[in-house]
Design a protein around this ligand. Structure first.
Ligand code: PRP
Ligand code: MN
Ligand code: MG
Length: 179
């Protein structure tokens, strides 16, 4: 598995430091508010688990599953809701948790939906941001690291459902996805 990695983009230690920094910012911004943390399956689960340990105030957790990639390395621009939230977001302060923001198609669709459902506020926290890939006008308030447009895997991010369990984020060797 590790042999398929060309180089490391974010080490375990860098990820941990990002979680600590973002957790502190979120704690300061949401103290006394009981935000609803919405993790977007499946990519966000490792980041969500580590991040919320650094949020030092009450939060609730919910999940949504939407699809945009369909197993390849390119976004199709289509967003389908595979699993919806189990609770109402009306009047709630929502923190959407993502592993990566690329074209913005996924988050844009989710933000629109939560606005329509009358959330009080909606902010985004993403571990990785690829600003070069953006197709829709959307930004995350809390960003772990901005990265160039290379295909990365690990720490929740997959290639054909694999590599999510890598404890770091790395660049996949080209030979792995061209074979
Ligand atoms: C990936 C990633 C983000 C989204 C980013 O999820 O985890 O959710 O795509 O792309 P975008 O900004 O271009 O919309 P994916 O649909 O691959 O599902 P997964 O999290 O289950 O891997
Ligand atoms: Mn995802
Ligand atoms: Mg994926």
């Amino acid at each position: 598995m590790h042999n398929d990695i060309e180089s490391i983009v974010l080490t375990k230690e860098q990820i941990e430091a990002a979680c600590e920094r973002l957790g502190k910012e979120i704690t300061a911004d949401y103290e006394g508010k009981l935000p609803l943390c919405v993790g977007i399956l499946k990519g966000s689960i490792l980041f969500m688990a580590d991040l919320i340990k650094h949020i030092d105030t009450h939060v609730e957790m919910e999940f949504m599953d939407v699809s945009s990639y369909h197993g390849g390395t390119e976004s199709t621009g289509e967003v389908k809701i595979l699993k919806d939230l189990d609770v109402s977001v009306e009047g709630r302060d929502i923190i959407i948790i993502e592993d990566i923001l690329e074209t913005g198609t996924t988050l844009n669709a989710i933000v629109d939906l939560l606005k329509y459902r009358k959330a009080n506020s909606i902010e985004i926290v993403t571990l990785l941001d690829k600003p070069m890939r953006r197709k829709v006008d959307i930004e995350a308030k809390y960003v772990g690291e901005k990265i160039p447009d290379d295909f990365v895997v690990g720490y929740g991010l997959d290639y054909q459902e694999k590599y999510r369990n890598l404890p770091y984020i790395g660049l996949l060797k080209e030979e792995v996805y061209t074979k």
